[in-house]
Design a protein around this ligand. Sequence first.
Ligand SMILES: [Zn+2]
Length: 388
Amino acid sequence: MHEEEQRKLEIFSDGKNLKFPPEPDEIEVSVFGPGYGECVAVHSGRNNWFIVDSCIDTFTRKPAALVYFEKIDVDPSVAVKQLIATHWHDDHIRGFSKLLDVCKSAQLVCSTALNNPEFRELVCCYGTRSMLESSGIDEFRDVFETLKKRKETDIGNYTPVFAGQDRRIWEGDSEVFGSPAHCEIFSLSPSDSTILASMLGFADLLPRSGDTKRWLPAISPNRAAVVIWLKVAHFSILLGSDLEEHGEPDGGWSIIVNSHSPQRGKASIFKIPHHGSVTAHHPGVCADMLDANPIAVLTPFLRGGILLPTKNDTQRITSSTRNAFVTCGIPTRSIKRDRTTERTIKEAVKDIRTLFGPSGPVRIRLQRPDMVKVELFGDAKQLQVLST
Ligand SMILES: [Zn+2]
């Protein structure tokens, strides 16, 4: 019998009880996502919290994780141990510098790909609000400033941890399911060859002498996104960030699946990568790294005509697990306008985006490994294939 079949799953969608914090020996994974942006908060026991990425709460315009901590009466300045930036795309990094400001004892974790002079120079060249509207580069400029200030004043944690393939980024004692437990967090990516490719990519973007400063072209750091494996006692969680799969053996999900040791076990909770997109799908993840019917959560993405997950994505995901959830509603199609209307809108406003309801969260809590409570808040719901 698979582990999952012994597990009792209770789903609550009445939106009650948000304000109650987890018990000290309870595991929690909460996923926030307002239709554009993503954040995951994990409680690994003993009031130790980890935050992966950041998004802005639709109503308060503050980082969703901070709004949540206020509601459940947790003090992020002491409770948050690490803040993990999986990559610098705008939808995963908005509000991250504010998080770092508030979570004073938290250590910053980011990709090794960002620990190079080319990226820092890129931040210097392009990290100005006048050049880029709400860019991930701007957030990183503020993050570096905060670390610099912390170092100068010797207040707060200023030593970052750089994530790479199969690297243990945290370990400590905890308590879950009523017993003492050990907690370990590993980064599973980016691979060495991906890091090299990213460095070369950053170097290409730097302005040459005599160049005028230009708009930073859209580049895709999803190949270098940081995937997280969190293990506490015998329970594992896989957080897939936006890592994509391009069939290259030395990168993407291929290298993670091929190097996954059976001793590490299988994850029971899965944050689906890249908003459910097929470009982040690797069949080996489900077969080798996850329990049967894992609890899988995704955040949708709708911006600039891109709509994720598609109907096919939803079909693929729900055929792999009957326990898939989404943080807010997914429109069945993006809005199509004729060219003239599109141009008029672009001239009139800086940015246009679909408004979603409250950004979840989908909250998963375990008091025992065989008893899982999934609570759906705001517009969060179970993922289902829509007929239209
Ligand atoms: Zn994303």
